[in-house]
Design a protein around this ligand. Structure first.
Ligand code: HEC
Ligand code: HEC
Ligand code: HEC
Length: 408
């Protein structure tokens, strides 16, 4: 062997080594992006195979099931080209027909080509599953998938997250990940009558199922006194100085948002608070002058032993009511839901567990509930609710209705 073939062999060997390393790095990156995007939670059912699909999504037009996205060539997406995969994520175009927007392509549409390549590489590398897909149960005319091209024309906005001048690298990264992988808007942006996201009211708060996803615009979060650390704690653990999260938000955090690495948590906080410096946040609201009246009596009787006599909470037991994010929401739906029906046991870290919040539907009359809400909001939030019995009854009725729908 002469010296030339030797260097040549080394060259080829070095090259393949490099390509293998590149490929496995790309797959690793794709895995991280898939976790950030919550692909697993939507594409896996309890007891089913990972990414085998079958989770039902109930829409006003019928039920659509998520599909098998493993590389199985019969039931999965083994036959997908990169372009097929790109289209499914970016505009809902799939070889088997147009996808319903229950698949959040309206957010994923902004994912750049590099990251889409990484996701594709990852989904080609996972274990194939032959778990069969389920038939959808959509009503006419929504069952005609070609109608979705028209839906796209009206509701799918082309976005690209090329750097916005005057904004920092963190802010730009935050803008990109919050609105694509994090798909926060799918829950927090109100929908128009066609169920498309209303971009005029981006992240301004919306009802989803039986929970209200609050306003998370920088104006609102800053006004409510959220700090950079609060945002990071909330996304990472599901609780912060501002209390715990429940329902779909807890699920989103548990399966996906908690997987954001520290740089990405930071970027999300910079974007959400629209500030590059570390935001200190406001002191937790407590207005002792308002801590009186019939509402206080109800609070002392039913709530104080867990949430503290002055609403200060108990570490590892119950969150503080002072400046609490849920109580502060302009819509009282989630507070009333917690008070009347409690909160299902939620898992936190072993060192930071909470007790379970019981429900008080049987114990509280409409008057009690009204006094309690008025007391809580006047004492512990910036916006005193001052609800009438009529208004309280209305909220109670809608919470009770949605509870019925959620359990049947
Ligand atoms: C909020 C729930 C949700 C999330 C999150 C989600 N999907 Fe989906 N996805 C769906 C549903 C529902 C469908 C089926 C839609 C239909 O049949 O019209 C679907 C369909 C698909 C399809 C088409 C498959 C086929 O059979 O042709 C692909 C590919 C896909 N998703 C990939 C992904 C990837 C990759 C991610 C993460 C980056 C992801 N999905 C995240 C709900 C979701
Ligand atoms: C046995 C203890 C206990 C009692 C009594 C109790 N709570 Fe709670 N409460 C909790 C815990 C624990 C949570 C958080 C649960 C979780 O998110 O996992 C909570 C959550 C809440 C929330 C949602 C805010 C947040 O940060 O999650 C509100 C609002 C609330 N409680 C109000 C009340 C009111 C008003 C009363 C009295 C009618 C009351 N609670 C009685 C333990 C209790
Ligand atoms: C699957 C739906 C869903 C997605 C996706 C989602 N959220 Fe939420 N979010 C909710 C709901 C519902 C609530 C109300 C529950 C609560 O306040 O505990 C909520 C609450 C919140 C709150 C208030 C928490 C508090 O303690 O007051 C913040 C802040 C928030 N979300 C930020 C985000 C961000 C940032 C993202 C994206 C990275 C996101 N959410 C993605 C559904 C969602």
């Amino acid at each position: 062997m002469n010296i030339k073939t030797l260097t040549c062999l080394i060259g080829v060997f070095g090259l393949t080594q490099h390509a293998v390393a590149d490929k496995s790095e790309q797959i690793e990156k794709g895995k991280y992006l898939a976790e950030m995007s919550d692909c697993y939670a939507c594409h896996t059912i309890e007891g089913g195979e990972p990414y085998g699909g079958g989770l039902p999504f109930v829409t006003p037009f019928g039920t659509v099931y998520s599909t098998n996205i493993t590389p199985d060539s019969e039931e999965g997406i083994g036959h997908y080209s990169y372009q097929d995969f790109y289209d499914a994520l970016h505009n809902g175009g799939a070889p088997g027909g147009h996808l319903y927007p229950a698949m959040p392509y309206t957010s994923f549409t902004g994912i750049n080509d590099d990251d889409t390549q990484a996701l594709f590489a990852y989904f080609q590398s996972i274990k194939p599953s032959s778990q069969p897909n389920k038939d959808n149960d959509m009503m006419f005319p929504a069952n005609l998938r070609f109608g979705l091209n028209a839906w796209n024309m009206l509701n799918l906005e082309e976005v690209n997250y090329s750097p916005v001048t005057g904004k920092s690298a963190e802010w730009n990264r935050g803008n990109y990940i919050v609105n694509t992988f994090g798909h926060c808007g799918e829950c927090h942006t109100p929908r128009n009558i066609m169920m498309g996201m209303d971009s005029e009211r981006h992240l301004q708060g919306a009802m989803i199922g039986s929970v209200f996803a609050p306003n998370i615009t920088p104006a609102y979060l800053n006004q409510q006194g959220w700090s950079t650390q609060d945002i990071k704690d909330m996304l990472l653990h599901g609780y912060s100085r501002k209390g715990t999260v429940v329902g779909e938000m807890y699920e989103a955090i548990f399966h996906s948002l908690s997987k954001f690495d520290d740089d990405d948590l930071n970027a999300a906080a910079v974007y959400l608070l629209d500030s590059d410096s570390n935001v200190e946040g406001k002191a937790l609201t407590f207005r002792p002058d308002n801590a009186q009246g019939e509402g206080r009596e109800v609070y002392q009787a039913f709530c104080a032993h867990c949430h503290g006599y002055e609403g200060q909470g108990k570490p590892n037991y119950a969150p503080s009511m002072q400046g609490n994010g849920t109580l502060s929401q302009e819509n009282h739906f989630n507070s009333v839901s917690a008070i009347l029906y409690g909160i299902k046991p939620q898992y936190y870290t072993p060192t930071n567990a909470f007790y379970t919040m019981p429900g008080y539907d049987k114990q509280l009359s409409n008057e009690d509930l009204m006094h309690l809400l008025n007391y809580l909001t006047a004492t512990y939030t910036e916006n005193s609710a001052q609800l009438s019995v009529e208004q309280t009854k209305e909220i109670r009725t809608s919470v009770t209705e949605s509870q019925k729908n959620a359990t049947h």
